[in-house]
Design a protein around this ligand. Structure first.
Ligand SMILES: C[S@@+](CC[C@H](N)C(=O)[O-])C[C@H]1O[C@@H](n2cnc3c(N)ncnc32)[C@H](O)[C@@H]1O
Length: 257
């Protein structure tokens, strides 16, 4: 545990911290969950706040932040829908960023990963795991209130379509989209840059597409794409929010089909 004031909170997402004493500088999130560490990451303490090192080689968003990503980023009090949560490595950091007043709805379809995610949620009060297929958003629509952000890391070729289907039902206008692209899972018809360009073109009608960033050297042939929902895709364009938004994320699975 370190005690010196050497971690600086970032204005663009105040529960994200930078430690400049290290070269290259490292990034940390204010831990919301109870110890121990989620995936063996280092921890530190500053002024009573427990911080968790965000390992860029274990997380696409962590890699983008280490490379200078600025926005969109999850912020305190926001609700994010996270598709492809696996066992919760990155989802736990997103849960840290949105903090106690926010929530992360974490969708995962692999039973094995979901079991680990469920255990993690036992000590992360704002993380709601949902066992479901992200291609079938209607299966979990009732569990998820309108969200401020949508994160996808599915390593699937049709991620743009999945993003559109989920955004249409659950993302608020001006809500952020973070889409991690694993271009090696997207077919051989195009190279990495071509897959990125095609994905951006698929999103452009519905989103204001912002920055995209290659994630080398942490993740080969991966990009992170950022965007914001326009009125053409957001809920007020015809999506159906659930009648009574839950105040806490669900700690149960979507019903099996
Ligand atoms: C690259 S891993 C995610 C890693 C995770 N985002 C992290 O950084 O900690 C991709 C995950 O997406 C899940 N997945 C793939 N297709 C899915 C689908 N259609 N619905 C839900 N989850 C899916 C896989 O089971 C896998 O756990």
């Amino acid at each position: 545990m370190r005690t010196r004031a050497e971690y600086a909170s970032l204005a663009r997402s105040p529960r994200l911290y930078r430690r400049t004493a290290e070269r290259p500088e490292t990034y940390w999130t204010a831990a919301l969950g109870e110890p121990p560490a989620v995936y063996g990451e280092r921890t530190a303490e500053q002024a009573g706040t427990l911080l968790r090192r965000w390992d860029p080689s274990r997380s696409k968003l962590g890699a983008a932040i280490a490379r200078g990503w600025t926005e969109p980023l999850p912020r305190p009090g926001e609700r994010w829908l996270y598709l492809g949560a696996a066992s919760g490595t990155t989802a736990s950091h997103v849960a840290d960023l949105v903090g106690p007043a926010g929530a992360v709805f974490a969708v995962e379809k692999s039973l094995r990963s979901f079991a680990r995610l469920l255990r993690l949620a036992g000590r992360y009060p704002n993380l709601g795991p949902i066992l479901a297929d992200a291609r079938r958003p209607d299966d979990y629509l009732e569990l998820v209130p309108p969200v401020d952000g949508l994160y996808l890391d599915l390593a699937q070729p049709d991620q743009a379509e999945i993003a559109l289907a989920n955004a249409r039902r659950m993302l608020k206008r001006d809500g952020g989209l973070l889409l991690a692209l694993k271009t090696s899972s997207m077919g051989r018809d195009l190279g990495p840059r071509g897959h990125l360009e095609r994905t951006v073109a698929q999103l452009e009608d519905s989103f204001e597409v912002g920055p995209s960033m290659p994630l080398e050297p942490f993740h080969r042939k991966h990009y992170l794409v950022g965007a914001w929902a326009t009125k053409r895709i957001a809920l007020d364009a015809g999506g159906t929010p659930p009648a009574r938004p839950p105040t806490r994320p669900p700690s149960r699975a979507a019903p099996p089909r």
